[in-house]
Design a protein around this ligand. Structure first.
Ligand code: APR
Length: 236
């Protein structure tokens, strides 16, 4: 770990692996979500246009799963860091669950959208939504039956990229947790941060596609690695 005295601004990137121990499936393991739901069918605008019911059902299932899941010690540790770290902190998550927030973190940015948010394509309003979209509810703002999951699908632009790049430019420490490094632009953040002089650490169950870009790679369960790392950063 770099000299802690010089660490002011931290950027953390999380992926499905941080929520695996909360019972939410990851994407690319042998039992991964993409094994029985081809990405093209359920996570692209083309798939939605081709079979909206299939896609609405897929995200209805995600929404139900998120509501039933609980934060695990890794989420709790990042919430503690958010509370106790007086420097800059941004938790950029690729995850669509709200477990970071339910653990108590507030400096969270969902670059791929959120399972519990829906987007009306008629009036552009976004609503918190815990129920189903399969039965075609009307948009609370404009009344149109035109709400889709507020999820960034493949081929769509991730949210708030300017904010993310600005944070990476100022980062002294970049930590990637529970992501395979398979999907850009998130997979390129480590190189972005390193190019601005940040120290980079990967906390993951196994070596990822981006492991070679990190100064440090710690392998193990997020529920063990993250609390230990947060204790290190907070000096206790
Ligand atoms: N602790 C730590 N890491 C874990 C754990 C765990 N308990 N369980 C799994 N992992 C690791 C896996 O080793 C893998 O490297 O988490 C990573 C999960 O990788 P993916 O399933 O590819 O998920 P993710 O990296 O978040 O995918 C990125 O791809 O499909 C799109 O939009 C989707 O946001 C997603 C993006």
């Amino acid at each position: 770990m770099g000299d802690m005295a010089t660490i002011r601004n931290i950027v953390i990137l999380t992926g499905a692996g941080i929520s695996a121990e909360s019972g939410l499936r990851t994407f690319r393991a042998e039992d991964g979500l993409w094994e029985d739901h081809p990405v093209e069918e359920v996570a692209t605008p083309q798939g939605f246009a081709r079979d909206p019911e299939l896609v609405q059902r897929f995200y209805d299932e995600r929404r139900t799963g998120v509501l039933a899941a609980l934060p695990n010690p890794a989420h709790d540790a990042l919430a503690r860091l958010d509370r106790d770290w007086d420097g800059g902190l941004l938790i950029v998550t690729q995850n669509i669950d709200d477990l970071h927030e339910r653990a108590g973190a507030s400096r969270v940015l969902h670059m791929h959208g959120e399972a519990l948010s829906v987007w009306c394509t008629a009036c552009d309003a976004r609503h918190r939504w815990e129920g189903s979209l399969l039965d075609g509810p009307a948009c609370p703002a404009c009344g149109a039956v035109s709400m889709r999951p507020d999820i960034v699908w493949f081929g769509e632009m991730p949210y708030r990229m300017e904010e993310i790049f600005a944070a990476l430019a100022d980062a002294d420490l970049f930590v990637s947790i529970g992501t395979s490094g398979a999907v850009y632009p998130a997979a390129g953040f480590v190189q972005q941060a390193a190019s601005h002089g940040a120290h980079t650490i990967e906390l993951n169950l196994e070596r990822s596609q981006g492991s070679a870009f990190f100064d440090e790679s710690r392998l193990g369960l997020a529920s063990e690695l993250v609390p230990a790392w947060v204790a290190e950063v907070l000096g206790r």
